[in-house]
Ligand binder design. Structure first.
Ligand code: KDG
Length: 314
C-alpha cells in the first residue's frame, strides 16, 4: 500500500435518463465526474491512501463533491473552497452505440484557477505515486504551470508519475497546441497510458510498437496502450507484450474505462504485482466500469475485483 496524490477538476455530472439529443432530455441523474477524481475513488476503494488536490466553488455542487469524497475515504485536506468562482458541471447523453455526448459548463470554474502556489502546502514526503492527466493543462495557463511544477517536484523526490493524456479536444485552442503540450508532459513522466483512439493524434503513428517507441525514445519508462476489448499493449526498454482483456456482458457507458484502467495499474504496482499482473488488473477494472452508467459506479472494492477477475477472464 502507498500514498498517492492526484490533482484535477471534479464536476457534477447530469446523466441523461433517456436516449436522444441532450436538448430533448428532461430527466437526468446527478453523479460525480472527473478523470482524476475517478482514479482517486478507485484507489481508495481498494484501500490505498489518496490525497486529491482541487478547488471547489462554495456552492451546492462543491459541497456535494466534498461530501462524496469524504465518504469515499479520500484525503480532502488539500481541497480549497473558492467563493468567487463556481464548481463546473457537465451533461452526458445516454446511448447504446459508441461513446455518449458530453457537454461541459466549466469555463472560469474554481478548479481552473488552481495555481502553482497551491502546491506550497503539499507534503510530498511519504508519497509513492502521482497520477496526472492531460485535462488540467487544457483548463488554464495557471493549471498547466501547476502540472509542470508537480512533475518537477515528483522528479526531485523520485516519486513515480503516471500520465493519461486523456484528449479532450474541445478544451484546447488547437490540435497542434494539444499535441505539443501533452507529449511534452508525457516525455517527463514514468508511465504513459494513451488510449487507442489517441494514438494517431498524439504520435502520428498507427502501429502500437511505433507509438510506444515514440515515448520510450524521449524518456518515458513504461508505455501501456489501451486497446479496448483486446486488452492492452505494454512496452518498456526491455520487453513488449499484450495483456488480454475481460468479458463484458453489456456495455452500458464507455466513459471512465481509462480511469478504471489506471486504478488497476497504479494499485497493482503499489502492491508489488508484476507489471503484467498490474496491467491485467487494469484491464479488469476498465471492463467492469463500462458495465455501469456513472464514470465511477463500476470501480470495485477488493471483494468485487476478485470476483470480477474470476468470473470474467477470457
Ligand atoms: O475519464 C472520465 C472523464 O472524462 C469524466 O469523468 C469527465 O474528467 C472529465 C472530463 O474532464 O472530461
Amino acid at each position: 500500500m502507498g500514498r498517492i496524490i492526484t490533482i484535477g477538476e471534479p464536476m457534477v455530472m447530469f446523466i441523461a435518463n433517456e436516449e436522444g439529443p441532450l436538448e430533448e432530455v428532461y430527466n437526468f441523474t446527478k453523479a460525480l465526474a472527473g478523470s482524476e477524481v475517478n482514479v482517486a475513488i478507485g484507489l481508495a476503494r481498494l484501500g490505498h491512501k489518496v490525497s486529491y488536490i482541487t478547488h471547489l466553488g462554495d456552492d451546492p455542487f462543491g459541497k456535494y463533491i466534498y461530501k462524496f469524497l469524504v465518504n469515499e475515504n479520500i484525503d480532502v485536506s488539500y481541497i480549497k473552497f473558492d467563493n468567487e468562482y463556481p464548481t463546473g458541471f457537465q451533461l452526458k447523453s445516454k446511448t447504446r452505440i459508441g461513446d455518449p455526448e458530453v457537454v461541459y459548463f466549466r469555463k472560469w470554474s474554481a478548479a481552473s484557477h488552481i495555481q502553482e502556489n497551491d502546491l506550497k502546502e503539499i507534503n510530498f514526503d511519504d508519497v509513492n505515486h502521482i497520477h496526472l492527466t492531460g485535462i488540467p493543462p487544457a483548463l488554464s495557463l495557471s493549471f498547466r504551470k501547476t502540472i509542470y511544477n508537480i512533475v518537477e517536484k515528483a522528479k526531485t523526490k523520485n516519486i513515480l508519475i503516471s500520465f493519461d493524456p486523456n484528449i479532450r479536444k474541445q478544451l484546447w485552442k488547437s490540435e497542434e497546441e494539444m499535441r505539443s503540450i501533452l507529449n511534452d508532459i508525457a516525455f517527463r513522466c514514468d508511465i504513459v497510458l494513451p488510449g487507442y483512439e489517441e494514438r494517431k493524434i498524439l504520435t502520428g503513428y498507427n502501429e502500437l510498437n511505433d507509438i510506444a517507441s515514440f515515448y520510450l525514445e524521449k524518456g518515458t519508462k513504461i508505455v501501456i496502450i489501451k486497446t479496448g476489448e483486446k486488452g492492452a499493449f505494454v512496452k518498456t526498454p526491455t520487453e513488449e507484450y499484450t495483456v488480454s482483456g475481460f468479458k463484458v456482458e453489456q456495455i452500458v457507458d464507455t466513459v471512465g474505462a481509462g480511469d478504471g484502467f489506471a486504478v488497476g495499474v497504479i494499485s497493482g504496482l503499489l502492491e508489488n504485482l508484476s507489471l503484467r499482473e498490474a496491467v491485467k488488473r487494469g484491464n479488469a477494472i476498465g471492463a467492469r466500469v463500462i458495465m455501469f452508467p456513472g464514470d465511477n459506479d463500476g470501480l470495485p472494492n477488493r471483494k468485487n475485483l476478485e470476483k470480477f477477475i474470476m468470473t470474467h477472464s477470457i
